[in-house]
Design a protein around this ligand. Structure first.
Ligand SMILES: C[C@@H](O)[C@H](N)C(=O)N[C@H]1[C@@H](O)[C@H](n2cnc3c(N)ncnc32)O[C@@H]1CO
Length: 148
């Protein structure tokens, strides 16, 4: 899994079109979303993650919690983003992993939104620009070598 974490004044998105034949079903309300004072987490779920999705979810949540506590963010935006890796996991696995990351962060007390999966989306982001505002993390199941 590859994550790009951007501490932002806000993140807002608007669904534009289907990017998969069968994108995640969404309500009218989910076609737009916005959070203020947010840790935006752009996530590419990778093929290697398919060997142990539960472990990758746990590691991702721990990394996000760590960064959120450092930047003092209580709002987290989980954003499916297929552009951080050339070895993407299958969509059904990726969606399940992203749903679990969202759920576990909520259980940890964060205010969490997740952008819809399987769509082209317009988005606006306002990065805060402080030294910890732009971070990336690579997560792999144990027993797997980290891809360069
Ligand atoms: C397109 C761009 O504007 C938008 N931001 C986009 O990336 N859309 C992606 C993700 O929502 C999702 N998706 C599919 N596979 C994956 C994966 N392995 N990991 C994460 N998301 C995935 O399916 C869409 C097409 O790949």
């Amino acid at each position: 899994m590859r994550m790009l974490l951007i501490h932002s004044d806000y993140l807002e998105y608007e669904v534009k079109d289907k990017a998969l034949k069968n994108p995640e079903p969404i309500s009218e309300e989910q076609k737009k979303g916005r959070l203020e004072e947010v840790l935006a987490v752009f996530i590419s779920v990778e093929k290697v993650d398919e060997t142990n999705p539960d472990e990758v979810v746990e590691k991702a949540v721990n990394e996000i919690k760590d960064v959120a506590s450092q930047v003092k963010a209580e709002n987290v935006f989980v954003y499916p983003f297929a552009h951080l890796s050339s070895e993407l996991a299958k969509p059904d696995i990726a969606l399940e992993v992203l749903r679990e990351v969202e759920e576990k962060l909520r259980e940890e007390g964060f205010n969490v939104k997740r952008a819809p999966f399987g769509y082209y989306k317009a988005f606006k982001l306002s990065c805060k620009g402080h030294p910890l505002a732009e971070l990336s993390r690579t997560i792999v199941p144990s027993g797997e070598a980290k891809a360069e």
